[in-house]
Design a protein around this ligand. Sequence first.
Ligand code: ATP
Ligand code: MG
Length: 484
Amino acid sequence: MTEAHNPSDTKQRRRSIWIPRMFHTLRARLIVSVALVHVVLMGLFTWEAVERQSQELHQELINQGHSLASLMVVASTNSLLSEDLASLDEVTRRVSDQADVVYGEIVDVRGYVLASTRAGRVGQAVGSAIEHNDNFPLAAGDRVFDLREDVRIGDSRVGFVALGLGTENLERALAATKAKGIQYIIIALIIGSIAAWLLSLAVTRNLNELTLAAGRIGGGDLNVRVGVTSYDETSTLAKAFNLMAASLQRSSREIQLEHRKRTEAERLACVGEMAASIAHEIRNPLAALINAVKLLGHTKLEADDRDAVTDIVNTESQRLQRILNDFLTFARLPAPSMLKGDLIETIEQTIELIRHDPLYDERITINRLYDDRSHCLFDPDQIRQVMLNLMLNAVQSITDKGQLILRVTRYGQRLNISIVDNGCGIPEEAVSEVSKPFFTTRKGGTGLGLSVVQRILAQHGTALSITTREGSGTEVSFELRVAN
Ligand SMILES: Nc1ncnc2c1ncn2[C@@H]1O[C@H](COP(=O)(O)OP(=O)(O)OP(=O)(O)O)[C@@H](O)[C@H]1O
Ligand SMILES: [Mg+2]
């Protein structure tokens, strides 16, 4: 059975390795890595040098000790036999003049010290167990390397010489080598860090440029390109980035061109559709007017009939005028002048306008559910027109008592505006029709209200959404961009 790989698991695991914040940058990581490599390599090199020097110096001391002891043996053999203490004393003194020699002693076969450079030792019985150590390492705290060599004539032993060599010079030389090694490590650390820093500068400078350029592309500036100054991998990345930006720019131009063509085609189609709708809309009032004018020209017309016909002329000509006015608002809608402003103010101004509408009276209550953060980007005049058309539709849908809810809610960077009524609602089959020009179910309505709303909202980069149930009510809503 195979287990599905979940990328969030890997992310979780990666996160669990705690890395200090300052090492999150590529520059810091590069500097630390190069410095670490320098320190480790120089550390190994120094350790190796100290080890080798230590072995050489120890061997040198051992050799020096053995040759001095041999010299002492040769120089003291006869004097030992004759127990010539003055000569033996001379031998030990001469030996102790040599570099590193701490003491020299000559002991006879019975174990008595005959000559010594150490005070109070002459005449003492030390036996044959005189302390000696001719091997390294020495015991802790021991700074003297002891040697002993027998004095023999033929096969018989006549005594022995003992010699002590100080290790201070040797230790000083090793300490000096260690100090030099540490100096080299520090120099390597500094040079390595500077080299890594310079390298990281070269790498991150190009990366920073790429990051800035990517940000500008994200902001919509497709003209941006990055300068390719190096011949490394970042330059390959920069070239790929420039190719991508150029391709994006080409696609964007093509899309714009396509969009312009389509908009133009849609505009022409819309003009044709509108012309047909207008012709249809004005045909009935125009026919009524023509008939009325004919009747008015009739001399035998009763006074009452004349008044009725005059009423028809008035009503139909007003209807014609309203159709033309609404159509002109719809057709000549200017581009919006987007401003940062408080949407609630615009909504409140619209409520004031509604209060003066003859249809609005005390039978309708208005509930306001406003978010405090209601500043957004919009054309106040056009959005007032939208709110007016939507609120009028809501008021007109309420036949008896009813209520209107005006809700403004912020979702991240969007502001949602909705108008809810508990009026007659829209039949399901009519929902897709209501936004089309001249669709109306209201006596005296032109059917252009929602068309104007849709056009204004489209110019604000948004659209109207309608949720309705026949007999229960309707909710219409749209969104606007929050002003930062
Ligand atoms: N809130 C609503 N409740 C019920 N029906 C609605 C609502 N809003 C719109 N409608 C329906 O949609 C139709 C079209 O509305 P629209 O605002 O475009 O035109 P109108 O209101 O008929 O006329 P006018 O051009 O004077 O606004 C209305 O006639 C009505 O049938
Ligand atoms: Mg309307």
